[in-house]
Design a binder for this molecule. Sequence first.
Ligand SMILES: [Zn+2]
Length: 84
Amino acid sequence: MKNVKLLMKFRTKVVDCSEASDWAEARWEWVRMGRKQRRSEKCLCGRNILNVFFVTNRKTRMMVPMGRGCLNKLFKVEPVVNVL
Ligand SMILES: [Zn+2]
């Protein structure tokens, strides 16, 4: 399924930019920076986005752009989905 692939790609990228080596831990290292900005960017997952949110990793100090969809994936507690 395409959505699952996109989700896994996004998670892998997040983990790559984090200190922790798995998603469950890594996601807690991130904080949102400021408000959304209207400008064209590439989300961490690779999709083009128009409304950009920036998030920063508190440990690695890495700042990355992402769209609302991925922002929600990062900060919302989701139901458990078996994708592995
Ligand atoms: Zn994305």
